[in-house]
Design a protein around this ligand. Structure first.
Ligand code: FAD
Length: 639
């Protein structure tokens, strides 16, 4: 019974996600094509370059920003006090930092996505608390959904305020809603006269929420009947935080990002005018997902800036620190960490500039690529900072204040580590990025094969029609996956190293599509639930995409400066690492023990391993004790 309920809840979550998913592909997507076995090098090469005029605008702004950071923002002090100075916010707002993505017609700076990412990249090399204030407001806060889905009236009313520095936030998460919006409890009840909605509920961990003037809030509106079944409706609202009934109940504190203004927000019959509904009722989740899709490049851009700041410190440290008679960079373990930091940083950078340029040109669909960039850059960033802490030894674990106080160059590796960890969780966790990309990897097969494996009573096509459609596609598509390379990599304009890498990537793209198809034939409709195997394919895809972006980026650099082979050296290392990861992922698709994970996790949930912790400290934490006294503590064994 419990498992039937779990499956029904899973189906409900998937149905909601599916109904909010944008199923149209108006522009080509490198990654979607790749999962179908097509290697679209033409979409990457020549690597797009920022125009001189756009670059000038970005350069000038960054110079101005540096001045404000130098005078108002001390990252270590902000981390230590856990308070972001209001005068810093005001100084940053005064130069237009909170209106970068808002058009000039609404008093914003009207920056291109590339310049927006360049600014976050710059901030990421200095202070991640600042990154978060800026990005929660602009990557996901009110400007983005209003720009994309707002009415003219909403744009006129809100964008100029937001551009001038009225801080905003994005409120989706709730105590019971993280990755699964189907559990949403916040409601927006329309008034009888249709003039307003009454908002009730609690939102958790809302970044900027403690100082926001405006929020975009997702809430449940009355359900709709679709195909005879009730379908949950989530709608998006612009909410003024000075509305009666709104309260910041609690400011949340975290492992890192100590000075963000993140809070628990409550809504008690908050009256929201109907004119503040964004889009139509029921479009809220699609709006939230689209906002996240387009906003997702901010975090990777900041991660690249952070990686470069670390690389700079790494260079000096591994040269100057002598142990066992040589600089530690000469020890192979440290050389491996440091070399990978350099190579991965360049790969991350290639993804960010490629995706931001595509976003500007509007000639490519980047929802998968932005997800890939978010996933790859936040994971790599965490891994490389962890490696850097290792490279720094004890000084990697010491706070920069402590180093400063004893007269040592204060490199804040431990702060970087603390600040980076959340990147793998918020704005779509790594696992959710995998689900999004896996869904799209399977799209063609889902459309053609799933209706046969899992018949849908609402499907108007007969089984025979479905079989003919699938046969027509697969008899043409499948044999092509065995053809040798169909592209010629022009020897006149590609480096010899890349002429070797590219055919491998092309061949591997087709191999991945083939193996995915075979895997589907093996697992049939169960494949949907094989998250780890689908994750292997996603990881193969992300590595293929990243290698390709990096090679195009390197070609671009070589064309400008042929005598400098250092980018190629880094690309060669990255490709070697990526190829090894790809091969490991192919092996894991075929040969794995994934079923054992479920078995052991089930036993864990059933309490079968309690014997393992029977001999540890068995008192209760003082805070828990207090909560127990207040009847708020649930004992583990009681579950
Ligand atoms: C510092 C901070 C800032 C934040 N800022 C905001 C904000 O501004 N606005 C906002 O709305 N939210 C915000 N959040 C919430 C954040 O987006 C969520 O934490 C995130 O979406 C994950 O949800 P969760 O923590 O509830 O984890 P859960 O959804 O409970 O997931 C727990 C674990 O299970 C995994 N998981 C969940 N579902 C699946 C699945 N189907 N398959 C496989 N694995 C799964 C997750 O990846 C995670 O590892 C913030 C959180 C933090 C900590």
């Amino acid at each position: 019974m419990a498992s039937a309920n779990a499956n029904a809840a899973k189906d409900k979550a998937m149905e909601l996600a599916e109904s909010s998913r944008d199923s149209d592909w108006k522009f080509p997507s490198f990654t979607a094509e790749m999962f179908r076995g097509n290697f679209r090098w033409d979409l990457l090469h020549s690597f797009p370059e920022q125009s001189a005029e756009d670059k000038r605008i970005g350069d000038e702004f960054i110079e101005k920003l540096k001045g404000v950071l130098d005078t108002h923002v001390n990252p270590d002090e902000i981390d230590r006090t856990g308070e972001y100075p209001q005068e810093a916010i005001e100084a940053l707002a005064a130069i237009g930092l909170f209106g970068m993505t808002i058009g000039k017609e609404y008093d914003g700076l009207g920056f291109s996505k590339t310049n927006y990412c360049r600014v976050l990249h710059f901030l990421g090399s200095y202070c991640h608390n600042t990154v978060t204030w800026v990005s929660a407001h602009q990557s996901i806060g009110c400007p983005q959904p209003i720009k994309i889905f707002g009415t003219d009236d909403q744009k006129k009313r809100f964008l100029p305020r937001l551009a001038k520095g009225a801080i905003s936030a994005f409120a989706l998460t709730e105590p019971e809603v993280g990755s699964d919006p189907a559990r949403m409890a916040t409601t927006a009840t329309p008034s009888d006269d249709g003039k307003f909605y009454l908002l009730n509920g609690t939102k958790l961990w809302i970044t900027n929420g403690t100082r926001s003037e405006l929020l975009v809030v997702m809430a449940k509106t009355p359900p709709k009947i679709v195909n005879g079944k009730e379908r949950m409706q989530i709608s998006a609202f612009i909410v003024e935080t000075n509305s009666p009934g709104f309260e910041v109940k609690h400011r949340c504190h975290f492992m890192g990002l100590k000075a963000i203004g993140n809070g628990v927000l409550t809504f008690d019959n908050v009256k929201v005018p109907a004119e503040n509904l964004i889009g139509k009722p029921g479009e809220g989740l699609r709006i939230a997902l689209t906002t996240l899709n387009t906003g997702r490049l901010g975090l990777p851009a900041a991660a690249v800036g952070g990686a470069k700041a670390m690389l700079r410190e790494c260079e000096t440290w591994i040269k100057d620190r002598i142990q066992w008679g040589v600089p530690i960079g000469k020890h192979q373990h440290i050389a491996k960490f440091s070399a990978n930091i350099a190579a991965d940083t360049l790969a991350m950078e290639a993804l960010v500039w490629l995706c931001s340029s595509w976003a500007d040109k509007g000639n490519a669909d980047i929802r998968l690529e932005a997800a890939a960039a978010k996933y790859f850059c936040t994971e790599k960033s965490w891994q490389m900072i962890d490696d850097f802490v290792q490279v720094r030894g004890g000084k990697g674990y010491e706070t920069s204040a402590s180093m400063y106080n004893r007269g040592e160059r204060p490199i804040p590796a431990e702060r970087w580590l603390r600040d980076a960890r959340i990147g793998r969780i918020f704005e779509g966790s790594t696992q959710v990025m995998h689900l999004i990309m896996a869904r799209e990897a399977m799209d063609t097969h889902f459309k053609l094969v799933m209706p046969l494996l899992k018949p849908d009573p609402n499907n108007k096509k007969s089984k025979l029609q479905l079989v003919i459609e699938a046969a027509k596609f697969y008899t043409r598509w499948y044999p092509k996956l065995y053809l040798p390379s169909v592209q010629t990599y022009n020897v006149n304009y590609l480096s010899p190293a890349n002429q070797a890498h590219l055919p491998w990537i092309e061949k591997t793209t087709r191999r991945a599509a083939r193996v995915l198809f075979h895997t589907m034939a093996k697992y049939k409709e169960q494949l949907e639930y094989e998250q780890v195997i689908l994750g292997n394919f996603v990881d193969i895809g992300v590595d293929i995409f990243t290698m390709s972006a990096l090679l195009a980026f390197v070609e671009h650099k070589l064309a400008k400066n042929p005598s400098d082979q250092s980018p190629q050296e880094l690309a060669n290392l990255f490709c070697k690492n990526a190829k090894a990861r790809i091969e490991a992922n192919f092996r894991a698709v075929k040969n794995n023990h994934n079923t054992e994970f479920a078995k052991v996790a089930d036993s864990l949930m059933d309490g079968d391993y309690r014997w393992m912790y029977s001999d540890i400290y068995n008192g209760i934490h003082p805070h828990w004790k207090k909560m127990e006294a207040e009847n708020a503590y649930e004992e583990v064994s009681a579950k």
